[in-house]
Design a protein around this ligand. Structure first.
Ligand SMILES: [Zn+2]
Length: 273
C-alpha cells in the first residue's frame, strides 16, 4: 500500500475504489469538527458512512492514512475528481463559517502536500479563485474543493481563503521559482535578487545559512538601502550613473533604483552592470 512516511497512524477504510487515473492534484477538506485522526478513522471504518479520505490531520498536527494512494477515496462528491487527486481531511479548532484550523495542523498539511507532490511527480500546486478554472482544470489548476461538487461549506472559509498561501508554501518547498517568491509590497524583485548570488557577494550574511527567505527579508529591510548587489546583472551604483533621468528623480533613495529596474528598467532594456 502506498502511504506517506509522514503518516503515524494507519486506519484503513473499506470505503474506496481502485484508482484508474494518475494522481495530479489534491483536495483539502475540513472535518467540521475538532476530531482526532483516530476518531475520523473509526467513522471511515464503517461501510455505512460511504465516505473516506486518503489522509486525515488532527489539530495537534498528527497525520493518519485511511486510504492508500493507489486507491480512490470517497471524499469530494465527484468520482471523476477523487480518481486523480489525493484527499486530506483537516480537523477544525473553530466552528462555522470559518472552520478554523490550528497552526500545527496547517504545518502538517503543507508538509504532507509537499511529500505527496514529490512522490507523485506533481511539479507544483496551482490554485484559482474561479470555480470555472477549478472544475475545468484550466491553466493547470490542480487544487480542488468539495464545495464545487456538493452543497457544502467544505473546506470552510478559513482553509478556502488560505489556498493561495498553501500553494505558495508547498511550491516554495518544491523549489518552484515562478510563484512570486521574492515579492515585496506587490513588486517582484527577482530581476535584482538572487539569493545564492546575494549570499556569495555578502559574506556577512552567512548567519542566514543560505535561507532564501531570510536573505530576501534582509535585502528589502537593509540591503537595498545599503546599495548591496544581489544579482549579477544589477549593480545599483552603475544603474544610477548610467541614467541621469533616474538620478534626478530618485537622488539618494537607493531603494527606488532597484524598484524602477524591476517595474520598468528591465523591460526598457536599461543596463545596470
Ligand atoms: Zn469535504
Amino acid at each position: 500500500m502506498v502511504i506517506s512516511p509522514l503518516a503515524t497512524q494507519t486506519i484503513i477504510s473499506p470505503n474506496k475504489s481502485l484508482r484508474t487515473a494518475i494522481i495530479d492534484g489534491v483536495a483539502v477538506h475540513c472535518m467540521a469538527a475538532n476530531a482526532t485522526v483516530r476518531a475520523v478513522g473509526n467513522r471511515f471504518l464503517l461501510p455505512s458512512t460511504q465516505a473516506s479520505s486518503n489522509y486525515g490531520i488532527g489539530s495537534s498536527g498528527e497525520i493518519g492514512c485511511y486510504v492508500g494512494e493507489e486507491y480512490r477515496s470517497w471524499c469530494t462528491s465527484s468520482r471523476a475528481e477523487d480518481n486523480h487527486i489525493i484527499t486530506v481531511e483537516v480537523a477544525n479548532d473553530g466552528g462555522a463559517p470559518q472552520w478554523h484550523v490550528s497552526d500545527m495542523a496547517m504545518r502538517s498539511l503543507i508538509r504532507l502536500l509537499v511529500d505527496v507532490c514529490r512522490r507523485n511527480k506533481i511539479k507544483k500546486l496551482v490554485w484559482s479563485s474561479k470555480k470555472s478554472d477549478r472544475v475545468n482544470h484550466r491553466n493547470g489548476c490542480n487544487m480542488f474543493v468539495h464545495r464545487d461538487y456538493a452543497n457544502k461549506a467544505c473546506p470552510g472559509d478559513y482553509l478556502y481563503s488560505l489556498h493561495p498561501y498553501i500553494a505558495q508554501e508547498v511550491n516554495k518547498m518544491l523549489g518552484v521559482t515562478d510563484v512570486g517568491r521574492f515579492v515585496y509590497k506587490g513588486t517582484d524583485f527577482s530581476p535584482v535578487f538572487d539569493p545564492a548570488f546575494y549570499a556569495a557577494r555578502n559574506p556577512d550574511l552567512s548567519v542566514f545559512g543560505g535561507d532564501a527567505d531570510l536573505l530576501f527579508t534582509h535585502f528589502w529591510q537593509y540591503g537595498m538601502n545599503e546599495r548591496r548587489q544581489a544579482k549579477e546583472n544589477f549593480n545599483v551604483i552603475i544603474y544610477r550613473m548610467n541614467y541621469t533621468d533616474l538620478n534626478t528623480a530618485f537622488g539618494d533613495n537607493w531603494f527606488s533604483y532597484y524598484w524602477h529596474y524591476c517595474v520598468c528598467g528591465k523591460n526598457e532594456n536599461r543596463i545596470a552592470a
